[in-house]
Write a protein that binds this ligand. Structure first.
Ligand code: TYD
Ligand code: MG
Length: 466
């Protein structure tokens, strides 16, 4: 059957893919504003029926037990943070998106990784910088890879041509917003170009067992659609973030088809590229000397590692008709739960109070042990009692107001002691071995076991006069 096609324009939401024949200011499906973009689609003029298509199909059904499996082959990189975040290294043939705000260090991170992976064959495609700029950047980084090839400002067709000729281990595309296909009539960075280029690059990765890493920009408002649209097409989504004014950067997996997403990599932006941070445990403590009310430090886990993380709360009289609850880095539902528990169990009411919670360093806490330091920060702000800086906390709060034990208590205590905390407030300790270690000062920190929030309030009272 002869197949001809014509094209037509449709409008598609770049966030949720909802399509509509007319442009709309707000997407009726996901509610986002200004997310709908025009897109040209090829429409077959000869309509196939379902049965004609399936009768001529070359695809075949395979019983699941007959599908051969081999363990995925991983490239363990010399960069420990990469291995940690990817749960064991780069998987061959994987399709990865590294997203982050402009200027955060994505190009530096990937160029550095490419230079470290000597002697793997790598093509670094840059639509943003010239060969000379890339070379200048590479000269600041103290690694060398003689098999790293640079391709500046080019089309998808050029990338695939060189890809098929060289058959590299890795292709880095910097960035997916700047690459374009000569066959697509749309500007680079448009949804149509991004979708087309991603599709062919994904095919290349899978057919040639080549790792393809795409760099994608996201703005502070998350308005550029590219990375959002790509998220479901790639195997791994990595986010590179941090405050551009501070020099540390966080690398996190938000999706990983080959492993866990629990771990976080931490780097420092140096004049010689990104370097590992020697004592990451104390990174999320602010360095002011005085104690303020509304601040409490938690010994908390991110993945397998313990960090001492400062939690801040501000309880203030409300000026509006209804009180505000605002949280950054701590779960909003858990904040409401903590406020309800405080009200029910010890009678502190927040009916005419605004409550703000903030986790230092832009972290998102998932560890249930964060309940206790957040609760203490709230109580501290409510009564305006500063908590001395040598105290740290870890514990889950139950609906009954009990403080519950947390996992990896010994590791948390060791890290807190190493950083110089003197008192560790948590639930009753069960482990005899840990009790012995604390008694014999093997772990030089004083344990303060507290069972519930009533007892906690009694304990915190001692800070009023001091
Ligand atoms: P860049 O990797 O270009 O960010 P992105 O690709 O995410 O837009 O790097 C951003 C900043 O990093 C830039 O302002 C310069 C700085 N930088 C260093 O501080 N040290 C270095 O060794 C390099 C290569 C860059
Ligand atoms: Mg860049």
């Amino acid at each position: 059957m002869a197949k001809s096609s014509k094209s037509k324009n449709i409008y598609r939401c770049t966030l949720c893919h909802y399509s509509t024949p007319k442009w709309l200011g707000q997407c009726p499906s996901c509610g986002a504003w200004n997310s709908i973009e025009e897109e040209r689609v090829e429409e077959p003029t000869v309509k196939h029926s379902f049965y004609t298509l399936s009768s001529s199909s070359k695809s075949k059904l395979i019983p699941i037990q007959e599908i051969a499996t081999t363990a995925e082959e991983r490239i363990v990189t010399p960069d420990k943070e990469w291995n940690r975040v990817l749960d064991g290294g780069l998987v061959r043939g994987s399709f990865i998106l590294l997203a982050g705000e402009p200027g955060i260090g994505k190009s530096t991170l990937l160029l550095q990784l490419a230079l470290q992976l000597n002697p793997l064959k790598i093509i670094y495609v840059s639509g943003e910088e010239s060969e000379r700029q890339i070379k200048l950047r590479a000269e600041r980084i103290p690694f060398h890879n003689s098999q790293l090839y640079v391709l500046a400002g080019c089309s998808l067709e050029d990338v695939l041509y060189h890809g098929y000729n060289l058959l590299p281990d890795i292709i880095v595309i910097d960035s997916i917003q700047t690459i374009y296909s000569e066959k697509v009539e749309a500007l680079s960075g448009s949804t149509t170009q991004i979708r087309e280029c991603t599709h062919f690059l994904m095919q290349f990765a899978k057919e040639n067992n080549c790792i393809v890493i795409l760099i994608g920009h996201i703005t502070k408002e998350g308005t550029i659609a590219g990375p959002k649209l790509l998220e479901h097409m790639v195997d791994v989504v990595l986010e590179f973030e941090g405050d551009p004014k501070l020099d540390y950067r966080l690398l996190r997996a938000v999706k990983n088809r080959f492993g866990s997403t629990a771990e976080m990599g931490i780097y420092q932006m140096h004049n010689k590229g990104l370097v590992e941070i020697p004592n990451p445990g104390e990174l999320f403590l602010s360095n002011h000397k005085d104690s303020f009310s509304g601040v409490a430090t938690g010994a908390l886990l991110i993945g397998q590692r313990t960090f001492l993380i400062e939690n801040q709360a501000l309880v203030a009289s409300t000026v509006f008709n209804f009180p505000q609850r605002s949280t950054t880095g701590y779960d909003a539902k858990r904040l409401n739960m903590l406020l309800a528990v405080l009200e029910k169990r010890i009678g502190i009411t927040f009916i005419n109070k605004d409550v703000f919670v903030n986790v230092v360093g832009g972290l998102k806490l998932e560890d249930p042990a964060a309940d206790l330091p957040v609760l203490v920060a709230i109580i501290s702000s409510y009564y305006d009692i500063p908590i001395p800086r040598e105290y740290c906390f870890a514990g889950e709060i139950s609906l009954t107001g009990e403080i519950r034990t947390v996992s990896k208590l010994e590791a948390r205590m060791k890290e807190a002691a190493k950083i110089g905390f003197r008192y560790f407030i948590t639930a009753e300790v069960q482990s005899e071995e840990l009790k012995q270690n604390l008694k014999q000062k093997v772990i030089p920190i004083e344990l303060v076991p507290i069972t519930g929030i009533q007892a906690l309030l009694g304990y915190l009272n001692r800070f009023i006069t001091s």
